[in-house]
Design a binder for this molecule. Structure first.
Ligand SMILES: *Cc1c(COP(=O)(O)O)cnc(C)c1O
Length: 396
């Protein structure tokens, strides 16, 4: 049997074994399974205390206060709550929102929905490296702008945006700033005392926690208000109703604690592995990088491999987990909207591959996968008429 090699950490991370161990203590009949809202008995109080501890752990990771953290089901819900919550509360003040063409679908589809309700959306376009600049934000905002929503780390190409300058700029103009930071938390890139963003979306399963849990950071000073999107028992100070999933929450809390605890070891190791991966991929003929390797996270690497359809390559190597776009859109045959936004034509977008590495990646994973990819690339190119006419003949 061939060993599975997982290089798709941007789609999801495995849950850290220490997180699993903590989670199961909040499930069974002998565990702390009580409803955190049941304040009349010990079971409920203990669950409540665990939820509050996790809230503190997530707050610590991003240098925020625990009462600035609202639990959600994931970054998708956080994005929805942030954007619709602002639009529905402040829509009477203005109906203009600024975002970009390289956002996650959770942001893009929410904006599309708001367009249907009469909001006007400006979609900023990145340069060919995938960078959106503060200058673009400055030119796009208007007196009627109520919200700017721009992601921090792009999930397909790994580029990092200067959200600090952007948020300072919107703060000066009385406009709220939201950032989807699902890909930043695992890399300890957020400091909410230094970055004046108002709303920040986080996801448990992108930082070695479980799927189905996330958080929205909502700034308290100056206080940001939102219209709730899920109504019910008034949980989370009325902002997001629904019984708190204690096991999920303690999982995300423990995951946050581990990220902070291990950040030096994790990031140093990932940096070395990423350089090794890039070096090995660049040895394959004609491979080049999508995005920008200076303003990016080490963990995400997107490359184009001319004359190789990524779909065919991945079918040849099913035990190597890589991707050709975001997992959330891989059900469709459309080329990645992020790569086409960088100016890549459809064919080039379809011959691109995303590698993403993390805490459990081994040197051997990089070596073995790149060796097998190199062989598969040669095989596919041998069969490609494009390769023969455009490259091989010209070179002999
Ligand atoms: C994964 C991801 C999401 C979606 O997060 P869920 O917790 O799965 O809903 C949103 N935005 C970005 C940038 C992501 O990488």
């Amino acid at each position: 049997m061939t060993r599975e090699i997982y290089l798709d950490y941007a789609a999801t991370t495995p849950v850290d074994p220490q997180v699993v161990e903590r989670m199961v203590r909040f499930l069974g009949p002998d565990g702390v399974f009580g409803n955190p809202s049941s304040s009349s008995h010990r079971q409920g109080q203990e669950a409540y205390n665990a939820v509050q501890e996790a809230r503190q752990q997530v707050a610590n990771l991003i240098n925020a206060e625990p009462d600035e953290i609202v639990w959600t089901s994931g970054a998708t819900e956080s994005d929805n709550l942030a954007i619709k919550g602002v639009a529905h509360l402040y829509g009477h003040k203005g109906k203009h929102i600024v975002t970009s063409t390289i956002e996650h679908k959770a942001v893009l589809d929410t904006c599309l929905y708001l367009e249907g309700l009469g909001f006007e959306i400006t979609y900023l376009e990145p340069d060919q490296d995938g960078i959106i600049t503060p200058g673009q934000v400055e030119s796009a905002v208007r007196p009627t702008t109520i919200l700017v929503s721009l992601m921090h780390v792009n999930n397909e190409i790994g580029t990092i945006s200067d959200i600090k300058t952007m948020a300072e700029l919107t703060r000066d103009r009385g406009i709220l700033f939201h950032t989807d930071a699902a890909q930043s938390a695992a890399r300890s890139l957020l400091d909410m005392r230094a970055i004046p963003a108002d709303l920040v979306s986080l996801s448990g399963h992108k930082m070695y926690g479980p799927k189905g849990i996330g958080a929205l950071y909502i700034r308290r000073n100056p206080q940001v208000r939102l219209q709730p999107q899920i109504h019910g028992g008034g949980h989370e100070r009325g902002i997001r109703s629904g019984t708190l999933p204690t096991h999920q929450i303690v999982g995300m809390g423990e995951a946050a604690r581990l990220v902070a605890d291990r950040q030096d070891t994790d990031l140093t190791k990932i940096r070395a592995l990423s350089l090794d991966l890039l070096g090995r991929l660049m040895k394959i003929d004609m491979v080049s990088v999508n995005g920008n390797r200076e303003h990016c996270v080490d963990a995400i690497l997107n490359v184009r491999v001319p004359c190789v359809e990524s779909e065919s390559l991945m079918m040849m190597l099913p035990y190597i987990a890589i991707s050709n776009g975001s997992a959330c859109t891989s059900a469709s045959l459309e080329p990645s909207h992020v790569l086409t936004a960088l100016g890549l034509d459809e064919e080039t977008a379809h011959s691109s591959l995303r590698f993403s590495i993390g805490r459990f990646t081994k040197e051997d994973d990089i070596r073995q996968s790149t060796e097998q990819i190199a062989v598969a690339v040669n095989e596919l190119r041998r069969l490609s008429p494009m390769w023969a006419t455009n490259y091989e003949i010209g070179r002999v």
